[in-house]
Design a protein around this ligand. Structure first.
Ligand code: PMT
Length: 225
């Protein structure tokens, strides 16, 4: 019906940061709060989709009516996403660490005696979850949507990212200093599709989520008529 345009569809959403362990007590993370991804999971569920939300460590409550899978690292996020398939719609709003610490120390790294050398870390590349799922030969979700966090030439870099990662749509957001996009309540989106770029006005993250859910509804509505 009209109130449930996504009824019968399954959606996977990622949200929040990943934590990459240095040792048992320390990690490398980022400032994603999960607000944008959680709002998208909520909006898709309210539009009638069956939603699985795979999220990193966030301080937010679980959205109502959504299956939530909590993970910490990028590798755990990929495994949880693969387990959540099949899905018709996948939206990757998480801020995934591109790199993890190559050798997680099994014990807490001790401060050396005075004058001792500072520790150094080396890194290994993490899997790209969006690119992995967008590139599936079998069981690829029909509509794969990524985000692009950019600090300059936002729409241009996002269009390149859309091609490189093989997704259908990209929501590009400006995350440069002073925008407050990471952690804040508002977002300015440029939606990049095969038809070009659409500039959205500055909206709350909830409004971004509702507008995206409506666009997804239009997309599937058109395809089935
Ligand atoms: O959580 P909030 O505080 O509400 O902030 C929202 C947000 C700014 C985090 C969000 O809107 C956003 O932009 N998320 C993507 C952040 C990001 O890591 O962008 P990216 O340009 O590095 O990555 C591009 C895309 O690839 C993203 O869809 C990302 O989820 C995905 N990716 C990236 C690296 C990786 N190893 N795996 C991925 O799946």
């Amino acid at each position: 019906g009209k109130g449930a345009p996504l009824a019968g569809l399954r959606a996977l959403v990622t949200s929040g940061p990943t934590y990459e362990a240095i040792d048992p007590v320390r990690f490398i993370g980022n400032r994603s709060s999960g607000k944008q991804g959680h709002a998208i999971a909520t909006a898709l569920a309210r539009a009638g989709a069956a939603v699985t939300l795979v999220c990193g460590p966030v301080a937010l409550p679980d959205p109502a009516g959504v299956k939530v899978v909590r993970i910490e690292s990028a590798r755990e996020m990929l495994a949880a996403c693969e387990s959540a398939l099949p899905a018709d719609i996948a939206v990757f709003a998480a801020a995934v660490a591109d790199w993890r610490v190559a050798q997680e120390a099994p014990q807490k790294i001790k401060k050396p005696a005075e004058g001792g050398a500072a520790p150094t870390l080396s890194f290994a590349e993490n899997p790209d979850i969006l690119a992995s799922i967008a590139g599936l030969k079998q069981g690829r979700p029909a509509l794969v949507i990524g985000f692009a966090a950019e600090t300059e030439k936002v729409a241009e870099h996002a269009a390149a990212k859309r091609a490189r990662k093989g997704c259908d749509w990209i929501l590009a957001n400006d995350v440069s200093a002073g925008t407050g996009t990471f952690g804040g309540d508002a977002n300015t989106i440029h939606l990049v599709t095969e038809n070009g770029t659409e500039d959205w006005p500055r909206l709350t993250k909830q409004q971004v989520a509702e507008r995206l859910a409506a666009r997804i509804g239009d997309h599937f509505g058109k395809k089935t008529t």
